[in-house]
Design a binder for this molecule. Structure first.
Ligand SMILES: [Zn+2]
Length: 297
């Protein structure tokens, strides 16, 4: 049986310790796994804390591994999207802040969906217009040439954000969790986002969560749907694990399983390379490596 290896791939969505929730890896163990498996590197996400500073420190210990950080606009950074926090993050020594996530766990969409008392952090006003602080954040990300990710937004919000990103001239607007249950894009929204120049992420966790897992309330996505969504525009699609949650497979195991599953379903090694190496490397402003995906039988 053919097997796709992790050699050269980048996973831009990993939840590592130190974090508030229990995690299966930390920044250091993840870097070591990358080196052991041939993975090129990873981007650390925390819903609460900035991870660009710790990424820079980890990188000094593992210079052969690409380690990036990010900043997530949840309540730890104030009740609104916070452009000042973003401007400081992109100025921090190490140049490791390569992604700003719009609100996730505390987004207005998630708070409403969960019937929470807190209104959540908005990205649009009552008329659906993208808020000024979000535009300012887009401008900072455009200037720094880093990702602004949609976070946990509704379909309507995501289209409005993609439109605003295009107007601002943000090159790296990423629609995250495109096939993860609560934030699942409709096919129509997916097409609109691609037409507006967005990149789209599919996360492996969406295939494996559900009953008997740490995310029992989320409905697992079918592989068929992910294949259907990839087919719309593989050129602007990339794959991540979105793993790190204790009780689920480790991120590198999840990523390997994802790539092999897609291969089993007929996606070519070239296309898998594109979605796990080429697009993530471009999003991180890395030069593409010339080594080919290894295949063994
Ligand atoms: Zn995540």
């Amino acid at each position: 049986m053919s097997k796709i290896t992790l050699n050269g791939c980048l996973d831009l969505h990993i939840h590592c310790h130190p974090d508030v929730k229990e995690r299966s890896v930390n920044d250091i163990s993840m870097a070591q796994y990358c080196i052991d498996s041939g993975m090129r590197g990873f981007l650390i996400k925390s819903h609460d804390w900035s991870t660009h500073d710790r990424a820079s420190i980890a990188k000094t210990l593992f210079p052969e591994c690409e380690i990036f950080g990010s900043l997530c606009m949840n309540l730890s950074h104030g009740p609104r999207v916070n452009p000042f926090a973003v401007s400081q993050a992109v100025k921090t020594w190490g140049n490791s802040c390569r992604c700003v996530w719009l609100p996730t766990r505390e987004s207005a969409f998630d708070m409403k969906r969960n019937y929470a008392k807190h209104p959540g952090i908005p990205v649009v006003d009552a008329y659906g217009n993208v808020l000024p602080e979000v535009i300012k954040t887009m401008e900072i990300c455009a200037e720094a040439d880093i990702i602004l990710a949609s976070g946990h937004s509704s379909n309507e919000e995501t289209v409005a954000l993609a439109q605003a990103a295009k107007e601002v001239g943000l090159r790296k607007f990423v629609v995250t969790h495109a096939t993860s249950d609560p934030w699942m894009l409709s096919l129509d929204t997916l097409k609109k986002c691609f037409a507006l120049g967005a990149y789209v992420e599919h996360a492996y966790v969406a295939l494996i969560w559900g009953p008997e897992t740490p995310f029992p309330h989320y409905k697992p996505c079918s592989i068929e749907r992910i294949l259907e969504y990839i087919a719309v525009c593989p050129e602007r699609t990339f794959l991540t694990s979105d793993l790190g949650t204790a009780g689920l497979p480790a991120p590198h195991d999840g990523m390997a399983a994802f790539m092999n599953l897609l291969y089993t379903y007929g996606i070519s090694t070239k296309s898998i390379d594109h979605m796990t190496k080429t697009v993530p490397a471009m999003l991180m402003n890395l030069k593409e490596q010339t080594t080919r995906q290894e295949q063994t039988t």
